[in-house]
Unconditional design. Structure first.
Length: 344
């Protein structure tokens, strides 16, 4: 088992290893204490892993209750958020109890945002069950729900008590959901670690990504600077996701976004074609698309409502080489030209 210590405003451990689910009760008790554990999960994950988690929590002395949502991005909505807050209130949850997110990014973001805001904050724990959640969304304390206008528009920075990543749970992922997470792994390769393009050992891949994320989050927890690097591919990616009405998944959309934004970087002279070609080859090897199904105008309008916009500027992340990216503020009025370069 690997332990990555995150010294953010709240310090916590990310544990990465095989067989951790059955030890989760004791690990959570040691990290966070509490009497009642409210497990938030989705219908697919519940069928696979909920019983084991409930047994582990019960063995550690927790009383438990379960809030289940349908799997998929559309569950990260205001209705489920309010339902979950009411569920916590009806079950008499207090600040000495604990919310446990068992699932992928949707469950983690929804549970985390409810935990951040219910009674002005109750402790929560992340148990990621997708590669994407393991390498990215479960770590760093970004929690959110989507609004009709755009993704993650209501949210909070709120760090978990512990992240327990049992990579055995990733064995049941479909090829498509696994590829979805590989897009974020490739993102970490692009911003910080070229070796991630070639690695195969899952525990090592997750550990490397989490370590990169830990370093970035500890430097800039509230995303005023360097943390924006983690948004590489996400300006166009979020636009693609939204235009597809979330039929294109987050990772698939980020893959397209990385390709579009790297093409734009080549056209602006930040990097050369070899960087773009290596990215595209790596996306292809991982069954990820790199062409936008949407044109410049649609992408530009959808990207304009992205939360990363700041007045009339938006920060884009441009690769200089594999493993090194830089932040550039561009005028929203210039974004359309850049997207045209990226899709052309
Ligand atoms: N997923 C990007 C971040 O946590 O900052």
């Amino acid at each position: 088992m690997r332990t990555i210590r995150v010294n953010a405003s709240k310090a916590y451990d990310v544990l990465v290893g095989a067989g951790l689910l059955d030890r989760a009760g004791g690990l959570i008790k040691a990290a966070a204490g509490g009497d009642l554990a409210v497990v938030v999960t989705d219908d697919i994950v519940a069928g696979l892993y909920l019983d084991r988690l409930i047994n582990a929590l019960t063995d550690a002395g927790y009383k438990t209750c379960v809030f289940e949502v349908e799997n998929g991005e559309s569950s990260k909505n205001t209705q489920n958020y309010i339902k979950l807050l009411n569920f916590l209130a009806e079950h008499g949850v207090t600040r000495s109890d604990i919310v446990v997110a068992l699932g992928g990014g949707v469950v983690g973001d929804l549970a985390g945002f409810a935990a951040a805001t219910y009674m002005r904050g109750v402790p929560y724990v992340q148990i990621p069950t997708t590669l994407l959640a393991a390498v990215d969304s479960s770590v760093g304390g970004k929690t959110a729900i989507d609004l009709p206008v755009g993704k993650n528009l209501a949210g909070a920075f709120y760090q978990p008590e512990i992240v327990i990543c049992d990579h055995d749970l990733l064995q049941t992922l479909s090829e498509r959901v696994f590829a979805d997470g590989m897009a974020e792994v490739i993102k970490y390769g692009m911003i910080a670690d070229p070796e991630l393009f070639r690695m195969t050992d899952l525990e090592e891949i997750i550990t490397r990504c989490v370590t990169i994320k830990r370093d970035v989050v500890c430097e800039d927890e509230f995303e005023t600077g360097v943390r924006k690097l983690l948004n590489f591919g996400h300006t166009v990616g979020h636009a693609v996701e939204k235009l597809s009405n979330y039929a294109i998944s987050h990772g698939e959309a980020v893959a397209i976004g990385m390709a579009v934004e790297t093409r734009a970087a080549v056209s602006e002279g930040f990097c050369d074609e070899t960087c773009l070609n290596e990215l595209i080859e790596t996306l292809k090897r991982n069954q990820l698309s790199f062409e936008s199904p949407y044109g410049t105008e649609e992408l530009f309008i959808a990207a304009g409502s992205d939360k990363k916009r700041n007045g009339d500027t938006i920060t884009l992340i441009f690769p200089q080489e594999i493993g090194k990216c830089v932040l550039r503020d561009v005028k929203v009025s210039d974004l359309k030209r850049l997207i045209a370069c990226g899709t052309g």
